[in-house]
Design a protein around this ligand. Sequence first.
Ligand code: ADP
Ligand code: ZN
Length: 613
Amino acid sequence: MTSAQTPLAILQDTYGFDAFRGEQAAVIDAAMAGRDALVLMPTGAGKSVCYQIPMLARTGVGIVISPLIALMQDQVHALREQGVAADFLNSSLPAEEQRAVVDRLRSGRTQLLYIAPERLLQPRTLDELATLTIALIAIDEAHCVSQWGHDFRQDYLGLHVLTEHFPGVPRMALTATADARTREEIVTRLELNDPARFVASFDRPNIRYRVSPKLDPKRQLEHFLKGHEQEAGIVYCMSRKKVEDTARWLSESGHVALPYHAGLPADVRSEHQQRFLREDAVIMVATIAFGMGIDKPDVRFVVHLDLPKSMEAYYQETGRAGRDGMAAETLLLFGLQDVVRLRQMVDESESGEERKREERRKLDALLGWCEITTCRRRALLAYFGEQPQADCGNCDICLHPPETFDATVAAQKLLSCVFRTGQRFGAAHVIDVLRGSATDKIRQHHHEELSTFGIGDELDAKGWRSVLRQLLVQGYLEADASRFGALVLTPRAKPLLRGDEQLVLRRDAVAPKSAKASSSGKRSAGSVEHTISAAEQPLWEALRNCRRELADEAGVPPYVIFHDSTLLEMLQHRPESQAEMLALNGVGQTKLERFGDAFLEVLKGAQHEGAAP
Ligand code: ADP
Ligand code: ZN
């Protein structure tokens, strides 16, 4: 389109959105004024618009630096569907096509160029670009410059040369994950020039957070998935083996579930990723190797069957849900084993002492968050430095406040049992002694003679594991990594044992009996479909089919045609003309011309059916 349009006109015509959201307008103003900028926005807030629109509104080509080669193609396709002349350059592109891209650049036809950092930094690319007028340089995933972060990319460190090579061209660094230290690192390492800073709230109000003790993970997962039939989601597991097992089990139970981990051949991984992007309801069962930069907007749920490493990792991984702003749901399962194993991993890691202390602190923050009995979102945001004023009403705790109980006596029993058995045994044995079980190990060590033998019949083994887990998390006990997880008292245990301290713990809810029998087996509010009535279901399916056919024809994922939110608007407003269609969110000029009639046709068909007696 022409570069004479204002940013707002571009938003409306090219993107089909009515108004800017949050800080978008302010960010765009800064770029239009030629200023460098640092933009921190949570996933799904709409970062792309922040740099794409000034690129279209200013004279010259916009350069987008992204480390995510696998995604460039989809991003470029999506832009082309909107009528933007976009291209990408990376090592995956055959030489001949690279030449065509360069030709288009030279001719001045290209509006947006996506490029991998290593490619950009090649001297001949820098020379080539130096001959062009450049509207804006966007550096996406800018936290990759941080050597402390887990997404560090060596190539990103080289990007400071852009200052010299492109004097006067504004640069915008964007990321969804950056604490205060990383922010400063981005500004320094990229040599941004007095950047305007935009830090949006990290809240993702459409994401419902759920955390549960791991009681019967398969059943808990099955129960959760009942609320998400026909939806796309990610299930994270710690190990490759568990990924394989879980994917197999889900497939056998009738889901479309695919495994993804670093041990699979590259072509299998890429095929699974493509299916996840292109089909409507694939469950990706994955290690954390999956997900960086997946910008599929309609991921409706993210499940962690094992604990992530830190709050940061958790937030980033769950952040892949609900990028389109529609309801999404997460579930995190954590158990005693996770607590012990993750603590051991930190203790045994090769990192230096300072790093270990940091890792321990991060893990403890996450564990503490799992056990809290107050609004999860408030605590989550507080961890990232925000202070929300009210409870959210959209987390497990707000929805179902947990039961708590005075656990002082139970904790005393458990701690003294650890002490009496010599602080040499792990959880299973200590609980056997408490419950007075007749195991060989107990006989072998004469533990049936201890004063704590059999004093714990008020709780079953699960109940004791729950108390034990909470004592570990709160620091009354430690599991000694060098002695196979033997439980050891810490100095904190003393006042509790002496009776100087009261302890209140949460009572873990029981696992759902079976997925069918459960009372909340109905669709949860985490689902998009819950907003669709049974009567609307056939039309919804027809709209989705229409989208799928158009997507297959164009060789792009369905959401590139229209997002779920746009289909939902069609369902609600039932447009009957091109003009009415254009009024919907997500329908711009180009998409109207290309796809409008196909959807109007589907809607018209439904109207006739609806009118029949
Ligand atoms: P991010 O890169 O920050 O994760 P995206 O740029 O992918 O987010 O945008 C997230 C979603 O929000 C996309 O579906 C996008 O089309 C939509 N979006 C962005 N800006 C607006 C806006 N002003 N009005 C309506 N929807 C928007
Ligand atoms: Zn809440």
